[in-house]
Write a protein that binds this ligand. Structure first.
Ligand SMILES: [Zn+2]
Length: 118
């Protein structure tokens, strides 16, 4: 199982840390600080999940308390995309992210027209 890039990702972690693989992620920037990543399964792993119905999870906590974790096969349990007016010009529509964990709108973006002005 490996982290895979996804359309809504906002960043990539551990790109310069050889001991870890790259982790594309979406920072939902809410009160819970929820970070979303997407993991792809190989053919063999898919067959094993079908057979056992199980996925094992290892979290490196470095002595810190265990963080609340949620695994799901439906990204809409974590976030949904929506169309909202550009936060800068308010004219053009841009893609926004709804944080389903906290039920609020996050990750607002400016439109291409506003980007090109800067
Ligand atoms: Zn704009």
């Amino acid at each position: 199982m490996k982290p895979i890039p996804f359309k809504e990702q906002t960043n990539v972690a551990a790109e310069t840390q050889d001991e870890y693989g790259d982790l594309p992620f979406l920072d939902m920037k809410g009160k819970t600080g929820t970070i979303v990543s997407c993991w792809g399964l190989s053919e063999e792993e898919i067959a094993e999940v079908v057979k056992t119905g199980k996925i094992w999870v290892g979290l490196m906590c470095f002595g810190n308390p265990l963080t609340p974790s949620l695994l799901t096969v439906n990204k809409t349990d974590l976030f949904e995309t929506t169309t909202i007016p550009c936060t800068s010009c308010g004219i053009n529509d841009v893609e926004g992210i709804v944080n389903m964990v906290e039920d609020n709108l996050v990750n607002e973006k400016e439109c291409k027209d506003c980007d090109s002005v800067k």
